[in-house]
Design a protein around this ligand. Structure first.
Ligand SMILES: C[S@@+](CC[C@H](N)C(=O)[O-])C[C@H]1O[C@@H](n2cnc3c(N)ncnc32)[C@H](O)[C@@H]1O
Length: 302
């Protein structure tokens, strides 16, 4: 079974950074949203968008207090970190050459990646559903002096003309949170130019089967890989305040192919020896046994 309404959040969740409520990492969100409970219920696109806007607005400050430095949010240049395993785009170049290219980042948050891309010579645009996250990006830009255009919108309805971008990318932004990720793939295919790349990182789908716990408990398989019922948190009135949608590896590949894109790699970053930092359910312990992140690399045929 995939969990019941009485299952504690830390037992049910597979979402990034959700296992550390008891350490106070989401203290401000908890104050704003009240006592929430975790459940598994079907949720459509609009409800998921609303829930995640509510969550990321509420968690902006805590998220940046906990992860801002690792992500390079307040560095003058910005930084492009793909995942809690600390993979930097500067080292792996999954996007290929970006200088002079039109690049769109989905779920950019406070936009350290978009700013980094601009610093590499890209014409970079960041898009996110959360005004709170984007405002944090504006503050970082004001301090650093490097500005990039930011757009508030949902990834299922991209407010851009066909064939506007050479590259679209996302580092744990948007894709795990939308109800209709197939639609995101079609939207990306639409706004990409022929030959353009679409590269995105998400929780590795196999993580869905484990409790969201960086310790030993998080090594025990408990939930069915094939259960796509979303993980949802609801407030005392029953309103969703967070939603995460699971897809299997096969689902993700099929959605990309159905959108007319070619999948040419799925990168599964290994946990690096030097990294002893935890990020929610990501930890050196779990990282030494199985992957935490999958980065899907695809392109639009010429
Ligand atoms: C884990 S954060 C990642 C942010 C950024 N990429 C980073 O590495 O810090 C997820 C981001 O996805 C955004 N997001 C969630 N649902 C979205 C949607 N439907 N459309 C666009 N952005 C969304 C959230 O607002 C949040 O900023």
């Amino acid at each position: 079974m995939s969990g019941s309404e009485n299952t504690p959040v830390s037992d049910l969740s597979t979402a990034p950074d959700r296992a550390d409520d008891e350490t106070g990492r989401h203290a401000i969100a908890a104050e704003i949203l009240g006592e929430t409970r975790a459940t598994r219920i079907r949720l459509g696109s609009l409800e998921s968008e609303r829930a995640n806007r509510v969550w990321w607005d509420a968690d902006t400050e805590d998220y940046h207090r906990t992860h801002g430095e690792f992500l390079g949010v307040d560095t003058p240049e910005g930084e492009f970190v793909w995942c809690p395993e600390g993979l930097h785009e500067a080292d792996v170049q999954l996007l290929g050459p970006v200088a002079g290219r039109d690049v769109l980042e989905l779920g950019c948050g406070s936009a350290p990646c978009t700013r980094w891309l601009a610093g590499q010579g890209a014409r970079a645009v960041g898009l996110d559903i959360s005004a709170g996250m984007l405002q944090r990006g504006l503050a970082a830009m004001a301090a650093s002096g490097r500005t990039v255009p930011l757009v508030q919108a949902g990834a299922e309805n991209l407010p851009f003309a066909d064939a506007s971008f050479d590259i679209v990318c996302s580092a744990f932004g948007a894709v795990p949170f939308v109800a209709d990720s197939g639609r995101v793939m079609r939207e990306v295919a639409r706004v990409l130019r022929p030959g353009g790349r679409w590269v995105f990182s998400v929780n590795h789908p196999m993580r869905w089967i484990f409790p969201d716990d960086p310790g030993e408990h998080g090594l025990i398989a408990m939930f069915p890989y094939f259960d796509r019922t979303p993980y949802v948190e609801v407030d005392p009135a029953g309103r969703p305040t967070y939603a995460e949608h699971h897809r299997t590896v096969g689902d993700r590949v099929r959605e990309l192919v159905a959108a007319g894109l070619e999948v040419y790699d799925i990168v599964e970053p290994e946990w690096p020896d030097h990294l002893d930092r935890e990020w929610g359910q990501w930890s050196p312990l779990r990282g030494s046994v199985f992957p935490g992140t999958a980065i899907f690399c695809s392109r639009k045929p010429r």
